[in-house]
Design a binder for this molecule. Sequence first.
Ligand code: SF4
Length: 408
Amino acid sequence: MTDSYRQRPDFFADVGKRAWKDWTWQQRNALRSCSGLKSFFSLFPVRWERVACEWERKGFRFMVTPYVLSLIKRDKKGNPRENDPVWRQVFPYFGGDKAFEVRGTLKVAGPDEYSPLKENWEEAREMITPICQHKYENRAIIFVADSCLGYCMYCFRSLQSCAGEERHGGLSLWEKTLKEIRKRPEIEEVILSGGDPLILSNDMLGKLLGSLRKIKTIRFIRIHTRAWTHNPFRIDHEFCALLKKYAVTEMGVHTIHPNEISGDFQAAVGRVRESGARTMLLADIPLIKGVNDNVSVLRKLFTGLYGVGVKPYYLSHNMPNIPHAAEQRTSVREGLVLYNKLKRRISNPAMPEYIITHKSGKKTVPECAEGTPDFVYGKDKNGWPVIHFRDWNGKWQTYLDAKGQKMM
Ligand code: SF4
């Protein structure tokens, strides 16, 4: 079982174990700017530094906790290994010099090019307040924070999380949101999301959960977080006591790679269990090219999560409008090939549902590679791969697929 403290980078050699395991210390000491790179990695490659500075200059966020740095394999010079699957999630650079040319200007080819003016998921008419989206009838999602414990380069919420736009308006709209929810008794489930809700203090989370539990029509509460990977110490005893006290129904466990199932990750799962909370732990796993688009990696991840008591729930095809879409998306069919190589070959409860996420809602990818009458693989007028599918309301939608390439 990996011990992040023992694997900590030299830069943190003098830090005591107690400080290391304090989530606020982790946040205070996170690598959060291009200018900080040289102090963490004295021989950091100049070309990488240029990419990070360009990323920052464009207004994107960058933050890596010491804990995450400890998960990243390093080379002889002490630099992160270029292809390390955790490093590739948090640093805006993946390839060789050619990729640098592309990434240096943050340009990606094709119609899935990132634009900060577009959003993958939110429809204005569904926003009952600027922080609350009511997409499906029985549930609403509340964006309680616009910042995170660390930033992910594939984030589909780039508009609020990576692009540095404090977009939703934060908790000043909380009371107004509760008022709107009270008017809609059909909302029986509320999902706290962000950003990352666990950026908030336990005191604040307690207040939010307490006020939700006063609304009798709300039966289920979910909290979605990436603390499990960015800073598992955040899931502390006090927070776990809140899960129990306010009967939080489910916690999202956002994970990508088996290297994230560290000893500290497992200890966090243990704290939830020991608290006596009945909270289900369900993993949402984005499929990311070059990080986890591989049968053996996915097998290890699905069974690893299952083995520690976390149910792999969704394998999500990476959404079109992300800053590095051209580099981080497989095609839907490529994902399906991986999926079908695992289905029935690993324990069924360890298999997630493979989905695409569209602004109309989520859609399960059929296991048949040819598609189905409701899920049709095709091309748009420019020859770009698209999928026409019937959404949960019976309406036809178009999903922008990625260009596939030979894999595995
Ligand atoms: S923690 Fe979640 S919201 Fe924040 S950058 Fe990562 S994926 Fe996006």
